[in-house]
Design a protein around this ligand. Structure first.
Ligand code: HEM
Length: 72
């Protein structure tokens, strides 16, 4: 909410990417890579807030993001 926006619309000024409507498997893979240190450009604060989350909880959040309308 704070960074990617309440509707997943992103924030161009701060370079926070839009996540609404992005493919589920794509988003899941980004999170997977970030959490395991494979995606080196990961935002440190984002890594901090998500590092201890269970994989199952991440899947739920990502599923929700992928279902947000991307045209609004
Ligand atoms: C648990 C909460 C969060 C989830 C599930 C999440 C999810 C994601 C996903 C899936 C991406 C990849 C998007 C893409 O490659 O198109 C991403 C990137 C990004 N997120 Fe988040 N995010 C979260 C919290 C945050 C927070 C709190 C911040 C800001 C402090 C943030 C800032 C960023 C930035 C700058 C990127 C692009 C660079 C990068 O890979 O780090 N995110 N986020």
């Amino acid at each position: 909410m704070e960074c990617h926006g309440p509707a997943g619309e992103g924030d161009a000024t701060n370079f926070y990417p839009r996540v609404a409507g992005q493919h589920y498997l794509y988003l899941l893979r980004q999170m997977h890579d970030m959490r395991r240190g494979k995606r080196r450009n990961a935002n440190p604060e984002m890594w901090e807030v998500s590092k201890d989350d269970r994989d199952e909880d991440i899947q739920v959040v990502i599923d929700d993001m992928s279902r947000l309308p991307s045209d609004g």
